[in-house]
Design a protein around this ligand. Structure first.
Ligand SMILES: [Zn+2]
Length: 416
């Protein structure tokens, strides 16, 4: 037995009887030893990701009833998620983002129609590969799928515009399997104001939005406050009867002025309510210097494209863009994501943080060491290095989000 295997065996023994105070001091291990342990933890622990944009990638990539161009049951050259890489990384339950672009809001019925079609596509993925994927509508479903080695596909709707102007659609989408709704996306909608929009249509949550939150509480859909404006955030927190989530938001401390991330005030208020924020891995979410650099790079690349008569899909352009970006705006690293987790933990403790990668939604900006779902162990190894215990990591991986999800289920059950 080599050194690493005996180390893992020893750790396994400790994990199984959980004598907390005699747990290995991971900070004393080498990086290679910690990575081995992190891989073991990733495989043996349920891991939930609050936000993966696979359904929209499938829509664009053509996973339709007629054609299967994009098949994520096998390794895919592009994108951040597929079955083999998810297995490698130990990711068991990526929330499938049923993403509705704000552009659909202008056309009555278009948001709901798109949500329905993305839900069908997600169900079709599970039905086409029942030995690999399964739908999941509760923490109990995720646990049962995990025991069978299946990757769960719980669903969250990103943009409450899918509800259109009809409160009855909250219950409809619960029946369709939606388990969280992000109240807005990039633009103000009927429910409330969005962080990327400066219009201030309602000054926060609208009167209709208040009814939506109450109805989500009643039927058992988690309230997701990623993307909303600070005022909408505060208004929703003030009226919800159960803890909330932020499915893919990072800490504003590292990106001053970026309202899409959560301020310390909001993190504290969310924690007092018992909620959980799931950290977004996107480079522009975790590092303001990278965000500033990437807008400069984008401007240069657009000019280069025009000057040289190239299009975005030309291989010559793509090669130039990759080289230019790497030289002029280096990616943040996996350590930066751990900094966000550290910050939340230092502010409100270990019970209010999780992973909400935004994989398949922020592809080009992902940090070095965390480019796709296979690389979760790198982040876990970094947390071990910083002194996080296995119990802490289990909370981040699934126990925190399960606590909120169960509280939402329990409240809904009490209302029937
Ligand atoms: Zn988003």
């Amino acid at each position: 037995m080599n050194k690493y295997l005996s180390l893992i065996a020893a750790a396994g023994l400790l994990f199984s009887c959980e004598p907390k105070n005699s747990e290995i001091d991971y900070t004393q291990l080498s990086d290679a030893e910690r990575l081995e342990l992190a891989q073991e933890i990733a495989q043996s622990t349920i891991m939930v990701d609050g936000h993966v944009d696979l359904p929209y990638r499938m829509k664009v990539g053509g996973f339709t009833l007629q054609r299967e161009i994009l098949d994520v049951s096998v390794r895919t050259p592009d994108g951040n998620f597929d079955y083999p890489r998810s297995k490698e990384g130990g990711l068991d339950a990526p929330f499938m983002s049923i993403y509705i672009p704000a552009g659909n809001q202008a056309i009555p019925g278009a948001s709901k129609a798109l949500a329905d079609s993305l839900i069908l596509m997600t169900e079709r993925l599970a039905n086409t590969f029942p030995d690999k994927f399964a739908m999941a509508y509760s923490p109990a479903d995720v646990e049962a799928n995990f025991e069978k080695g299946l990757i769960s596909l719980p669903m969250g709707m990103e943009n409450g515009s899918g509800l259109e102007d009809d409160l009855a659609n909250v219950e409809y989408f619960h029946k369709r399997g939606i388990r969280y709704i992000t109240l807005t996306h990039g633009k103000d909608n009927l429910i409330g104001d969005a962080s990327y929009d400066t219009t201030g249509t309602h000054g926060g949550l609208s009167e209709y939005g208040e009814k939506v939150v109450a109805e989500m509480n009643r039927v058992g859909i988690m309230v997701d406050l990623s993307h909303v404006s600070d005022n909408t955030f505060r208004d929703a927190l003030a009226i919800t009867k159960v803890p909330v989530i932020a499915s893919h938001s990072s800490a504003r401390k590292f990106t001053p002025g970026f309202e899409r991330n959560m301020s310390d005030e909001l993190i504290t208020a969310m924690a007092e309510n018992g909620g959980v924020m799931m950290i977004n891995f996107g480079g522009t979410f975790i590092d303001s210097a990278y965000a500033a650099g990437s807008s400069k790079v984008r401007e240069h690349l657009v000019n280069y494209m025009v000057d040289n008569g190239l299009s975005r899909s030309d291989s010559a352009f793509r090669a130039y863009a990759a080289e230019y970006s790497a030289a002029n705006n280096p990616f943040p690293t996996v350590q930066r994501v751990a900094d966000h987790i550290d910050h939340v933990v230092s502010l409100v403790g270990i019970d209010h943080v999780g992973f909400g990668s935004d994989f398949d939604g922020v592809g080009d900006s992902l940090p070095t060491g965390l480019k796709d779902v296979s690389m979760f162990p790198n982040l876990i190894a970094e947390l071990l290095k910083r002194g996080y215990s296995k119990e802490d990591i289990e909370k981040i991986c699934y126990k925190n989000i399960f606590r909120v999800w169960k509280a939402v289920e329990d409240y809904a059950a009490s209302q029937r």
